[in-house]
Design a protein around this ligand. Structure first.
Ligand code: GLU
Length: 415
C-alpha cells in the first residue's frame, strides 16, 4: 500500500536522492526537516457576529539559496505535514529552475467555498498579521496556491503595508496587475508546464498536433493548461474535471466554453455534448498526455499500472506516490515531475519580485521568453541527470535541485 502522508513521502524522496548523491548523513539530517515553522491561531469575526478561530501555518524549509518562497493554501483538509512537504518541494522547485530563492509554504484550515467575501478578507488580513514577523520581501515571500487568489494577495499586501506604514508590494506575488503584479503570472504555472511538455514530446517522439490530453483539476493550473495546450500546440483536450467530477468528449472540448459553463454552474460537470466521467476514470483514459492538476496522492500503486499516457505532466504538487513512480517508470510513462513541471508559477513570481524591487514592469512577451528559457534548461538538466544516473525524472530533478542547495550550504559555511 502506498504511504499517503506527503511529508513522509517528501522525506523518502530526499533519502533516495541522498543515496544517489552519496550525501553525508549530517547533510541529509539538515535537509529532511524545515528550518522554521510557525503555528498560529487566528480569531476571525464571522458574518453572524460570532468569532471563529482558524488554525494557520507558515513553514520556511531552507533559505540557503535566497529568501524562502511559496504559496498559501486555504483548504479544509490542510495539515502541518502537507505544508511541510510543500515547503520542501518549493525548495527543490526554486533550485531546479535556478532562481535565487529558498522554499516555504503556508496554509490555513478553512473552507473558502463556505465563506463570504467579507469573512475571507478578514481571515486573509488576520493570517498575514499573525505571521508578519517572519515574512517580508527579503525574508519570505508568499503567493497564491490552492483556493487563494490575486484578490487575497492584494488584501495581504495591503495589511502588511499598513503594519509597516509604507507600500510593500514585494511582500507577496501573484498580485493583481494594478497592484504590482507581473504580466504573465496568471497562466505561468500552466505555460511553464507546456514548455516542458514541448521538450518532452521531442524526447519521446510525440507529434503534439492533434495529440490527445486529459486534465484532472480546473483551478489555477488546470484551466489555463486546457487552453494553452490547444493554442500553443494544437492538442485536443478530450477530458477535464474538477472536485465535483469530470467530463469527456472524444471530439475535443473547447476550453473557453467549459470555463464559461463552470463560471455559470460551479462545475465542469454537465457541459453540453460531454459524457460524465469520474476523477479516477479520467486518469486511466487512453490519451497521449495526462495532466494531474488537482491535489496530492491521486496516482498510487493501486492505479499507476492502468495509466496509458505517454507523457504525464504533473501540474499539481505531489500527485504521485513513490510506489506509483516505480510502476510508471517501468511502464515507460515519461513523467515530468511536479516541482519541475509546475515551476513556471514560482519562476514568474520571481520575475514579479524583481519588477517590484526596481519598480519597472516588463511586457508579457518578455516574461514568456524568459520563462521559456528557464523551463527549457531545467527540463534538459533533469533529462541529462536521468540519463547519466539511469534514474526516473523525479529522482533526476532531485539530484539537480538538491545538489545546488547543498553547494549553497557548503559555500555559506553551514556544512
Ligand atoms: N503556489 C505555487 C507553487 O506551488 C507558486 C509559488 C510561488 O509563486 O511562490 O509553485
Amino acid at each position: 500500500m502506498s504511504e499517503l502522508n506527503p511529508f513522509v513521502i517528501a522525506q523518502r524522496q530526499l533519502d533516495e536522492c541522498a543515496r544517489i548523491l552519496n550525501l553525508d548523513d549530517s547533510v541529509r539530517e539538515i535537509l529532511r526537516v524545515p528550518m522554521r515553522e510557525l503555528h498560529v491561531s487566528i480569531p476571525v469575526r464571522m458574518d453572524n457576529g460570532k468569532i471563529r478561530v482558524f488554525q494557520g501555518f507558515r513553514v520556511q524549509y531552507n533559505d540557503a539559496r535566497g529568501p524562502t518562497k511559496g504559496g498559501i493554501r486555504f483548504h479544509p483538509d490542510e495539515t502541518i505535514d502537507t505544508v511541510r512537504a510543500l515547503a520542501a518541494w518549493m525548495t527543490w522547485k526554486a533550485s531546479v529552475v535556478d532562481i535565487p530563492l529558498g522554499g516555504g509554504k503556508g496554509g490555513v484550515i478553512c473552507n473558502p467555498k463556505e465563506m463570504s467575501q467579507g469573512e475571507l478578507e478578514r481571515l486573509s488580513r488576520a493570517y498575514i498579521q499573525a505571521i508578519s514577523q517572519i515574512v517580508g520581501p527579503e525574508k519570505d515571500v508568499p503567493a497564491p496556491d490552492v483556493y487563494t487568489t490575486p484578490q487575497i494577495m492584494a488584501w495581504m499586501m495591503d495589511e502588511f503595508s499598513k503594519i509597516h506604514q509604507k507600500n510593500q508590494f514585494g511582500l507577496i506575488t501573484g498580485k493583481p496587475l494594478e497592484l504590482g503584479g507581473s504580466a504573465g503570472r496568471g497562466d505561468a504555472t500552466a505555460r511553464g508546464g507546456c514548455y516542458t511538455i514541448r521538450e518532452a514530446a521531442k524526447h519521446v517522439g510525440l507529434d503534439l498536433k492533434g495529440a490527445t490530453v486529459a486534465i484532472q483539476g480546473f483551478g489555477n493550473a488546470g484551466n489555463f493548461a486546457a487552453s494553452l495546450v490547444c493554442s500553443l500546440f494544437g492538442c485536443k483536450v478530450i477530458a477535464v474535471s474538477d472536485s465535483k467530477g469530470g467530463i469527456v468528449n472524444e471530439a475535443g472540448l473547447v476550453g473557453e466554453a467549459v470555463l464559461k459553463h463552470k463560471a455559470n454552474t460551479g462545475s465542469v460537470v454537465g457541459f453540453p455534448g460531454s459524457k460524465p466521467i469520474s476523477n479516477e476514470e479520467l486518469l486511466e483514459l487512453d490519451v497521449d498526455i495526462l495532466i494531474p492538476a488537482a491535489l496530492e496522492n491521486v496516482i498510487t500503486d493501486a492505479n499507476a499500472g492502468n495509466i496509458k499516457a505517454k507523457i504525464m505532466c504533473e501540474l499539481a504538487n505531489g500527485p504521485t506516490t513513490p510506489e506509483a513512480d516505480d510502476i510508471l517508470y517501468k511502464n515507460g510513462v515519461h513523467v515530468i515531475p511536479d516541482f519541475l513541471a509546475n515551476a513556471g508559477g514560482v519562476t514568474v513570481s520571481y520575475f514579479e519580485m524583481v519588477q517590484n524591487f526596481y519598480m519597472y514592469y516588463w511586457d508579457e512577451e518578455l516574461v514568456h521568453q524568459r520563462l521559456d528559457k528557464k523551463m527549457t534548461s531545467a527540463y534538459h538538466a533533469t533529462l541529462q541527470a536521468s540519463n547519466k544516473y539511469g534514474i526516473n525524472m523525479r529522482k533526476a530533478a532531485y539530484v539537480v535541485a538538491v545538489g545546488r542547495v547543498v553547494e549553497a550550504m557548503r559555500l555559506r559555511g553551514r556544512l
